[in-house]
Design a protein around this ligand. Structure first.
Ligand SMILES: Cc1ncc(COP(=O)(O)O)c(C=O)c1O
Length: 441
């Protein structure tokens, strides 16, 4: 029986188990339906740590849909999926190549696995102030110089830029390096012909989806996907690894939500919703272009991520005005551009409101765009594993140059560091630091 069927049946059982709430809320009636389906691993309900029945079946169906060797349900976000993937692949002291625009969970994965990091910088687009793709040639040169157990990158980026995973996967295979793709923002790719191919379809060994970001699932729903073509690894290691990081009391409502999200995306109704979304996004563009709005365009760009700029106003001011005057909140902005995320649940009406507001935002004809400064290549002085629980002192910012930072400096979103613990403070970082800087002793 599927997780959904189990939860939709009225249970005639007297439970002396956890959770104790008896499937009823005590304070907030709003949560009534959520409580009704909040069980633990009672008889017949399967166990996420060792799935044998309903959860195994649900995972199997998703795996078939995504064309993976195995897909695991994760109820603690892409963060936990990434930590588990890294623990399964990386042993202490093995070298790992990481794209600098990876989410901070990758740094934490290095800290926990004792993998040794080398960073590779993604390409940039100075006209939009964003990081873009990983250059396959640069990757190949890097892999020629050193052997890495794994290469981890983010594709798509927050802004919907996709690296050429097909080429990257081939390069990694040639160098005996596992390819882990953080596809947190690409959970819809399997379900629309108008979106890029999935990382797994393109040859990645492992991919991670965050279903709550754009696929319409509740927060914390995620998937860990293992490819049919992965080599030299016992698949059981992934379950073992997940069992370290995942709770022994996973939320059944979340498990059901994962099952249903994928079933919906895979249905005719889901396909229609996605195709309407893509169509509605395209519809607002021509009119806005006449009002001085420029949309980011690139081959293989994920169009559900609307990246735009308006003539005569900075991205930051555009964001502030939309929020203050029109009650519209973007996901991210910089001095040049603003990012609006869409997905399952983004209605035509919502897009029309954005269109109306964007047209009305006042501009200044004498405004001159200011460039975005991209961070320098990091100087790793202490490997992530050795950065935890260090003795530290404070120094004045002016005395901190080339000292080793004990702190993570990270604007969120997008959630990747401009300075991680263990890295030398460079001139570029000074603007991000307060007057007192925590450095390693
Ligand atoms: C690229 C990327 N990967 C991973 C994550 C972590 O996802 P989650 O919040 O599902 O743990 C995020 C979250 O912002 C992200 O942007």
């Amino acid at each position: 029986m599927s997780i959904t069927k189990l939860l939709s049946k009225k249970l005639d059982r007297i439970l002396f188990t956890t959770p104790s709430h008896n499937q009823k809320p005590f304070f907030n009636k709003e949560f009534e339906n959520f409580y009704k389906v909040d069980y633990s691993e009672i008889e017949g309900f399967d166990n996420l740590q060792e799935p044998k029945t309903s959860i195994l079946m649900a995972q199997g169906k998703v795996s078939d849909i995504l064309k993976t060797k195995q897909t695991f349900f994760v109820v603690q976000g892409a963060t936990t999926a990434m930590l588990s993937a890294m623990k399964a692949i990386i042993s202490p002291g093995e070298k790992v190549l990481v794209a600098r625009n990876c989410h901070k969970s990758v740094f934490n994965g290095l800290l926990l696995t004792a993998g040794l990091v080398d960073w590779i910088m993604p390409e940039t687009d100075p006209d939009w102030g964003i990081y873009t793709h990983i250059d396959p040639n640069k990757l190949e040169q890097t892999l020629e110089l050193n052997h890495y157990k794994a290469f981890i990158l983010t594709s798509p980026t927050y802004e919907g830029i996709n690296s050429d995973i097909e080429q990257i996967a081939q390069i990694c295979k040639n160098h005996d390096t596992y390819l882990i793709v953080d596809e947190a923002h690409g959970s819809l790719y399997n379900f629309s012909p108008d979106l890029p191919k999935t990382a797994i379809e393109q040859g990645a060994d492992i991919s991670i989806n965050s279903l709550h970001k754009t696929a319409g699932a509740l927060n914390q729903c995620a998937l860990l996907n293992i490819s049919n073509t992965i080599k030299n690894i016992d698949i059981e290691i992934f379950q073992k690894s997940l069992n370290i990081f995942q709770t022994t009391s996973p939320s059944y409502p979340l498990l059901e939500n994962i099952e249903n999200t994928i079933a919906y995306l895979n249905s005719n109704q889901g396909a229609l919703e996605l195709s309407n979304l893509m169509e509605n996004i395209e519809k607002i563009k021509p009119e806005l272009e006449r009002f001085g709005i420029e949309f980011y365009k690139a081959p293989n760009h994920d169009k559900t991520k609307i990246l735009l700029k308006k003539e005569g106003i900075s991205g930051n001011d555009l964001s502030d005005t939309l929020f203050e005057k029109f009650n519209i909140e973007d996901e991210l902005n910089n001095s040049l551009s603003c990012l609006f995320l869409t997905g399952i649940g983004t209605t035509r009406q919502k897009l029309d409101k954005l269109k109306t507001a964007l047209k009305k935002v006042p501009t200044n004809p004498s405004y001159k765009p200011q460039s975005v400064e991209f961070q320098p290549h990091p100087l790793v002085k202490v490997q992530p594993v050795a950065t935890f629980n260090r003795d530290y002192i404070y120094v004045n910012k002016n005395d901190s140059l080339l000292k080793i930072s004990n702190k993570l400096i990270m604007p969120y979103p997008p959630g990747f560091g401009v300075l991680y613990p263990g890295e030398a403070i460079q001139m570029w970082h000074l603007d991000y630091l307060g007057n007192n800087v925590q450095i390693m002793r």
